[in-house]
Design a protein around this ligand. Structure first.
Ligand SMILES: C[S@@+](CC[C@H](N)C(=O)[O-])C[C@H]1O[C@@H](n2cnc3c(N)ncnc32)[C@H](O)[C@@H]1O
Length: 275
């Protein structure tokens, strides 16, 4: 595979997970948009989505705030191309603008907005506090910044069911990697927002616990996520754990796409802050 092919394949896998994630988490995200609407001091007309990915937040917010326009910012031109195609398909093309920018280098020079949204993106930053200090300039006085962050991938298989222990051990390996590669993941984003000069008005967990009967999209979401998890730790898994993870994905009786004990257990943290 050439470097370019590898980059595109990586993008496609991640984009697919993000789109499935949007579908599975949609009801939980709707409660988050409702909280933002309650916190706002007036109509939300301008939105900046930082690290927008395939547009989960951009589209969710545009649907919720019908008078708003959004600028979706991401370092990845591929993600934003995907987002642009989806915006056109959803009929939101005239309300969504994309902007390629690496937030580690510089925040974009745009007019301050009513709402800055950052979901699962700040933990990717090399120096989140430095970026947040600049991001504050993009919030209008009285405007909001909402941060949704996560500690890791969701769990799909009960601990005591076939494949559950292997899934847990794969997660433990990934968590250890993250402690080194993305030390800000799981940190206190409320404290970071305060340090950047915002007033944190709300902090709550957004919990998603889904059990059978589950729509078929959950099986596809579980399979796509577990493929990524297994790939990330493939060389370090004990052979029996590698085999158990394979069995969750091989189309056999333990495959997550058609087992009755499949579940989704995920928790995210929401902070809503005002300038
Ligand atoms: C896990 S995805 C989250 C996407 C989306 N916000 C969501 O909730 O589904 C993280 C996104 O942040 C983007 N990202 C990572 N580092 C970035 C940076 N330095 N500047 C801008 N975007 C970045 C990635 O390209 C990716 O699209």
């Amino acid at each position: 595979m050439t470097h370019d092919h590898a980059r595109h394949a990586h993008h496609d896998d991640l984009a697919q997970i993000l789109d499935l994630d949007a579908e599975v988490f949609a009801p939980a995200l709707d409660t988050v948009y409702a909280d933002i609407a309650l916190a706002a001091d007036g109509p939300i007309r301008t939105i900046l989505d930082l690290g927008a990915g395939t547009g989960t937040g951009t589209f969710g917010l545009l649907r919720h705030f019908e008078d708003a326009r959004a600028t979706a910012v991401d370092a990845s031109p591929e993600m934003l191309a995907h987002l642009g195609r989806e915006a056109a398909r959803l009929g939101l093309g005239d309300r969504a603008t994309t902007l390629v920018a690496d937030l580690d280098q510089q925040v974009p020079d745009v007019e301050p907005v009513d709402l800055v949204w950052a979901s699962a993106s700040l933990h990717h930053l090399a120096d989140p506090d430095r970026t947040l200090a600049e991001v504050v300039r993009l919030v209008r006085p009285g405007g909001l910044m909402a941060v949704l962050e996560l500690d890791g991938f969701p769990r799909f298989v009960p601990d005591d069911a076939p494949g559950g222990a292997a899934e847990a051990r794969a997660h433990a390996l990934i968590d250890a990697d993250r402690a080194v590669d993305m030390p800000s993941m799981g940190s206190d984003w409320g404290a970071r927002l305060t340090k950047a000069g915002l007033d944190v008005e709300q902090h709550r967990s957004v919990v998603l616990q889904l059990t059978a009967p589950l729509p078929e999209v959950v099986g596809r979401y579980a399979a796509a996520t577990l493929t990524r998890v297994a790939g990330a730790v493939a060389e370090r898994l004990e052979p029996e754990d590698a085999a158990a993870l394979d069995a969750l994905l091989d189309g056999g009786p333990d495959d997550v796409r058609h087992r009755p004990d499949l579940r989704v257990g995920a928790e995210r943290q929401l902070w809503i802050a005002r300038l």
